[in-house]
Design a protein around this ligand. Structure first.
Ligand SMILES: Cc1cc2nc3c(=O)[nH]c(=O)nc-3n(C[C@H](O)[C@H](O)[C@H](O)COP(=O)(O)O)c2cc1C
Length: 193
């Protein structure tokens, strides 16, 4: 059976378009699929000096504090590894992603764990998997010059080896009263892999 990792990052728990659409998308998977719920809006610790140093300290030399700080990312990475499919709700907040989604990327991007670097460049270590990103915006069209969210999330996932990323855009919601209906249709017509 399929295991789906559902990542929510809208601060809104009521009336969130990205939450509504990611739920709609997940409901299209066969009954009995396992869904791992990861709601980042409850808070994600930001990286600190100690945390970054911990990542570069050999496992056997880490302090308890360092291990505790790395455990957050270790759990996020484990969820990604278990997932056949990843579904991410990604609203735009002030031209970027919500801070919690950025922090999640900071936690899962671990040199030597989820990617490695050599003379030929960066190599993702997670392996590809089907990923759906639901982008929601009040005004900024997906793919426009001011959309830094969708290219950013694709690049960040690409670092880990996740290349199969499909974006569903519920964009310009405050100026286009058809935008939500169009996004719902897109969700309903996706060929799920
Ligand atoms: C704090 C905040 C910042 C926002 N910044 C932008 C923005 O820079 N550009 C934009 O087009 N919409 C912006 N919006 C509108 C949201 O992207 C839009 O309401 C979207 O639907 C939010 O996702 P949600 O419905 O899942 O909560 C912002 C909304 C909030 C709450």
């Amino acid at each position: 059976m399929t295991t789906i990792l559902h990542i929510s990052s809208s601060a809104r728990t009521e009336g969130s378009v990205s939450r509504q659409l990611t739920r709609r998308l997940i409901d299209r998977f066969p009954e009995g699929s396992t869904v791992i719920e990861r709601d980042l809006a409850v808070g994600v610790p930001q990286l600190t000096d100690v945390h970054i140093a911990a990542g570069f300290t050999p496992a056997e030399d880490r302090t308890d504090e360092q291990n505790e700080l790395l455990a957050v990312g270790a759990e996020f990475i484990d969820e990604l590894r278990r997932a056949d499919v990843v579904v991410i709700g990604a609203p735009i907040y002030n031209f970027g992603p919500p801070a919690e989604l950025k922090a999640w990327v900071d936690h899962v991007s671990r040199s030597g764990v989820t990617f490695r670097v050599d003379d030929s460049g960066f190599h993702g270590l997670l392996g590809d998997r089907s990923t759906y990103v639901v982008y929601a915006s009040g005004g900024v069209p997906a793919g426009s010059e001011a959309d830094f969210v969708t290219p950013w999330i694709k690049t960040a996932l690409g670092l880990l080896g996740i290349e199969s990323v499909e974006v569903v855009a519920a964009d310009a919601l405050t100026v286009d009263d058809q935008a939500l209906a169009v996004a719902e249709q897109k969700v309903d017509s996706l060929v799920l892999q």
